[in-house]
Design a protein. Structure first.
Length: 150
């Protein structure tokens, strides 16, 4: 069965602000004088800041005996049961310390975050204070947290 991600209020607000900023950014690019078009490389880099989180935002996940299938907007990732363990855990939000890389609410909480007591994890959360599924690599200490279906 597929479990679709739902966005929490904070993610919706930050996403709305981000989309408005992106529209303003695009308006600025297309209305700027030709003499400033040499900034196209900088503009392309800034556009990636807005586009990449959209492509990496989670759509749904599916748990099967073979593993976990995680569907993002741009791609699908399969975590085979032979290599990864999947276990429900309480909300992880209070355990986060440092935001190393990713987005803090724009199309969810995506990226690499530090944990209290050391260590780090990858997050793909749309509702930060809900229960999560921990996908742990059996061969290393890598862990990925996604929102758990209610």
């Amino acid at each position: 069965m597929r479990y679709y991600f739902k966005y929490g209020t904070s993610a919706k607000v930050v996403t709305a602000i981000g989309v408005i900023a992106f529209v303003c950014f695009l308006y600025g690019i297309f209305t700027m004088p030709y003499t400033f078009r040499w900034l196209i490389v900088l503009n392309a880099a800034l556009a990636l800041v807005f586009i990449v989180p959209i492509l990496l935002s989670p759509v749904y996940y599916e748990v099967t005996p073979d593993g976990v299938q995680l569907r993002l907007v741009a791609c699908s990732i399969f975590f085979p049961a032979s290599r990864y363990e999947v276990a429900p855990e309480p909300p992880i939000w209070d355990q986060l310390t440092v935001w190393w890389l990713g987005t803090g609410g724009y199309f969810g909480y995506l990226g690499w975050f530090g944990l209290k007591g050391g260590g780090s994890c990858w997050l793909l959360l749309t509702e930060p204070k809900k229960q999560v599924l921990a996908i742990r690599d059996k061969q290393s200490k890598r862990v990925i947290y996604i929102n758990r279906a209610n």
